[in-house]
Design a protein around this ligand. Structure first.
Ligand SMILES: Nc1ncnc2c1ncn2[C@@H]1O[C@H](COP(=O)(O)OP(=O)(O)OP(=O)(O)O)[C@@H](O)[C@H]1O
Length: 881
């Protein structure tokens, strides 16, 4: 059972905290020089044990002294305690394995572990869908390691979405396995000279879908002895395989099963995730074969206090005089410092690499100001883009308790065994409920209640969630949206499959049946495949390949000019917006300014500098309609979905004063435009609709623009994405529609299903959008409603009142159209929306079929991120592609 109730501050008298009118974090006023301590060695001195009070008490303690008008907690939710339920060890578990587990503290397996292990041992593929830190690993380790002990030739393939998780799992298996198993990693970091050894000797190969796709399947002959003896395939954190990437991974697994069959193997799949909706259906879709779900969690949970927190409004104003809240980063830094001071081991999850740096820095500064130098060096940052050895050391220091507070991107979200923290702070909605629960799940030390604080950012969705707790606690995690029929995915995947082994008609049902057949015809016509009596053969030039992560090209190396030292990397797709010449780049508390971005050599040369400003890129976007797939006429308004071409160019950047965001100067940039062919949803309003909305020619662009921003901010509530996955464009007169138009598009080549989901759930989407804009207390628009953090036009023009009237007209037309649809009540319509959203487009879409890359890769490249963080998707970035 859970309870919802507002929290009252434990002690109301106003204190000195939260300097009014400033963007200072909670705590003593800022202003003293920054303390750069991140590089300090962790654990060089003895570290006092952390003794934090339980979550509820911690929260009350944190709120002491907060003035009433600044009271940030909007709701508190309590996660109940759960008692453990165990079952006896299955009789078939190998005795030595059982002994090792018992020695490591696993006295008896939990119920779900036995249920899943029994199924897998009996040959049934299974998905373990139980909570974070519920010991899902044991569910596959029991049957798989037992099998390896009984059959000295059997092999296991373990797949993780990130290298960091893979390495964590490798260590855990190495501690349990018999020496003959020789667990080993086969990923992009495996030196070329070791790869052959892994192939020949390892019986537990830890890899990722990218390596399977590029490094194993295309050269399956070299892997034949492993594939022939493959007993189990483990797919960990399977919820990570969603959207375009998930659709690709689904095909990669089908290709694996096909090749295994060729060698006479039929491995059992074991999947695991704490946050997958409809686990049996989602896992079955991913693997392409029946998978049974185990969901009844038998592990103990100590309970948690989960607070929703909205920073108060300040007296500062932002673009166009909009009122500003204290920033989520500032409050997160204040909370991190406060919690560390109370001995609470805390992770603060932030939305960008830059925020990870600045939140850690602010927290250290606060601790230094409070005279807690002993704690300053126990706070650090963690993110993708650090060198692997830096990350390993940070992970070790965190696990050992040498570090008490870490500001991190979602790089620490997935599965790394760092559970057992006292508190987690989430600075901003991480984009999906699945991520939110993964991050929250890192808190929870044995038998002690933990604290989770969600700090809302100043944007429409976070504002909405802070005031609609049921949208957080009353909803299941998002369905895993995949679209295996997306021609951008299916076409290249069929080419890869045919290059591995000619495709035969018998193979087609696994790849989508008639959709695959239609796609094959298109590929034959395009000269990619050749039809022969025995099947379809790869006929393209070079090697069949596709970038399954759509990561937007090679990572860009960040190099210090003076020393030639490699500082880190940034995703190719994010490089124009984040490491253009003149950009400020932050690495573990140290700041650098970019001298040059060399696109050809994929490197950015920087020098150390600590200016008083930060930088924000500006871009321009152009959009053309390629094909309209579906149209819904609603009187004077029409909704469409289809294929569009988007051209984006980073054209300038602003220098903004650190802390206040005041624009100091703007500089032009000379970067090439980038093209994206994707899917969009768009609304057209004819002259009558515009007249009914009572917006004149002058107000129309701002009204549409404001409606577009708010709609983009809210769509992630309905689609499994976040606002950084989406782009938008609005115009009073679009050349392709001849009328006022608002576009929202997927920021992924070929589309990812988000815009289509918006089209399918139009009424719910726009109703929530309208409610958010209309209920916002600001006068003329602010980041909580219609301002966008990534607007290429600097949030100009924006007309909040006009946006509400435009949305009213659209919703009126929608209601009228739906009233005429006989026999449907509201629930049915919602159901229809859901069903429609799952419909996958059929057949190849004209212009979408892309010729697979013909680049040769003698040593397979591995684009698997070390960690699943957004690379460049932070608030200063615009849509990355
Ligand atoms: N039956 C058990 N009894 C006691 N401890 C256990 C048991 N099973 C697993 N554990 C411990 O629980 C911890 C979490 O296990 P594990 O990492 O497998 O969880 P998980 O469900 O995979 O977590 P995540 O949500 O991070 O993926 C580990 O330290 C493990 O040793």
């Amino acid at each position: 059972m859970t309870t919802l109730h507002p929290v009252r501050p434990a002690a109301p008298p106003p204190g000195p905290e939260g300097a009014p009118g400033g963007d200072a974090p909670r705590g003593p006023a800022a202003g003293t020089p920054a303390v750069h301590t991140a590089a300090a060695a962790h654990g060089s001195e003895s570290v006092p044990p952390a003794t934090a009070p339980p979550g509820g008490e911690l929260l009350e303690d944190l709120l002491v002294g907060t003035p009433d008008e600044e009271h940030p907690v909007t709701h508190v939710h309590r996660l109940a305690v759960r008692e453990s339920r165990t079952l006896p060890w299955p009789a078939w578990v190998e005795p030595a394995l059982r002994r090792r587990l018992e020695d490591s503290g696993v006295r008896e397996p939990w119920r779900h572990q036995v249920e899943a292990a029994e199924l897998a041992h009996g040959g049934t593929s299974v998905v373990v869908a139980t909570g974070t830190a519920s010991g899902k690993s044991l569910a596959y380790q029991l049957p798989a390691l037992t099998r390896l002990a009984e059959d000295p030739r059997a092999c296991v393939l373990y797949l993780a979405p990130t290298k960091a998780l893979a390495r964590d799992q490798l260590a855990s298996v190495a501690a349990l396995a018999d020496p003959s198993v020789r667990p080993a990693a086969y990923d992009g970091d495996t030196p070329a000279e070791e790869r052959d050894w892994v192939r020949r000797h390892s019986r537990w190969i830890v890899t990722n879908p990218d390596m399977l796709h590029r490094g194993v399947l295309p050269t399956h002959q070299r892997w034949s002895s492993t594939l022939r003896r493959l007993a189990y395939v483990v797919v960990d954190e399977c919820h990570a395989y969603r959207g375009v990437f998930g659709s690709h991974v689904g095909h990669v697994l089908r290709r694996l099963r096909r090749i295994c069959r060729r060698y006479g193997a039929d491995p059992v799949f074991v999947l695991a995730s704490a946050t997958v909706a409809e686990p049996a259906a989602a896992a079955t879709r991913l693997v392409g074969a029946p998978v049974v779900a185990v969901t009844d969690d038998g592990s103990p949970r100590p309970g948690a206090t989960f607070a929703l927190w909205e920073p108060p409004l300040t007296e500062r104003t932002g673009e166009h005089g909009a009122p500003l809240r204290r920033s989520a980063a500032a409050d997160a830094a204040g909370l991190l410092a406060d919690l560390v001071e109370r001995g609470a081991r805390t992770l603060a999850f932030v939305r960008s690499r830059r925020s990870a740096e600045s939140v850690a820095e602010q927290a250290r500064r606060l601790l230094a100001e409070r005279g807690r130098d002993d704690l300053v060096r126990r706070v650090d940052s963690y993110r993708g883009g650090y060198l692997p050895e830096e990350r390993r050391e940070l992970e070790r220091a965190l696990s050992a308790g040498d570090l008490l507070g870490v500001a991190t991107t979602n790089a620490l979200e997935l599965g790394i065994d760092i559970a057992g923290l006292d508190a987690v702070v989430l600075a901003g909605y991480p984009g999906t409920l699945a991520s939110l629960w993964q991050q929250a799940g890192r808190a929870g030390r044995a038998q002690r209640e933990s604290l989770v604080v969600f700090v809302a950012r100043d944007d429409p969705l976070d504002h909405y969630l802070a005031h609609h707790p049921r949208a957080v606690f009353g909803r299941p995690v998002e369905a895993t949206v995949t679209d295996p029929a997306n021609p951008y995915v299916l076409g290249p995947q069929l080419c890869c499959a045919a290059a591995e082994l000619p495709l035969t008609p018998d193979d087609l049902p696994a790849f989508g049946g008639p959709v695959a057949e239609a796609q094959l015809e298109a590929l034959v016509a395009a000269g990619e495949l050749r039809r022969r009596p025995a099947g379809w053969y790869w006929a393209g030039r070079g090697r069949a390949d596709v970038d399954i992560r759509g990561s937007g090209g090679e990572p860009v190396a960040i190099i210090e000019g003076e020393t030639g030292r490699l500082l880190g990397t940034v995703d190719g797709g994010a490089s124009h917006a984040t490491v253009h010449a003149g950009a400020l780049y932050v690495h573990r508390g140290e700041t650098y300014v970019v001298d040059e971005l060399d696109l050809e050599d994929a490197c950015a040369v920087v020098h150390a500098e600590a200016p008083e400003w930060t930088t924000v890129a500006r871009d321009v976007t152009d959009l053309g309609i390629v094909a309209t797939d579906r149209t819904r006429r609603l009187g004077t308004v029409t909704a469409h979905t289809g294929v569009v071409d988007v051209t984006n160019q980073v054209v300038a950047y602003q220098r903004r004063r650190a802390g206040t965001g005041e624009v100091l100067a703007e500089f032009p940039l000379d970067l090439p435009p980038r093209q994206l062919r994707t899917r969009a949803v768009w609304l057209t309003l004819d002259a009558d609709a515009v007249a009914r909305a009572d917006v004149d020619d002058l107000a129309l662009p701002g009204s549409l623009h404001a409606a577009e921003h708010a709609a983009i901010g809210i769509l992630p509530l309905l689609a499994t994405c976040d606002r950084w996955d989406l782009g938008g464009l609005s115009t009073a007169l679009h050349p392709d529609t001849g009328t006022a138009t608002v576009f929202v598009y997927d920021g992924h080549p070929g589309g990812a299903g988000f815009a289509e989901r918006g089209f399918a759930a139009l009424r719910r989407w726009l109703t929530a959008t309208r409610a958010t804009v209309a209920s916002c207390e600001c006068e003329a628009g602010c980041p909580s409603c219609v301002q966008s953090p990534k607007c290429g036009n600097g949030n100009d023009p924006l007309d909040k009142a006009g946006a509400v009237r435009v949305l009213d007209v659209v919703l009126d037309e929608l209601a009228a159209a739906e009233e005429t649809a006989a026999g449907e009540d509201a629930d049915d319509e919602d159901q229809d929306d859901e069903d429609a959203a799952r419909v996958t487009p059929t057949g190849p879409v004209r212009g979408l079929l892309r010729r697979p890359s013909t680049g040769r890769a003698p040593v397979p490249a591995d684009p698997t991120p070390e960690a699943a963080d957004p690379g460049g998707g932070h608030v200063e970035d615009d849509l990355v592609f």
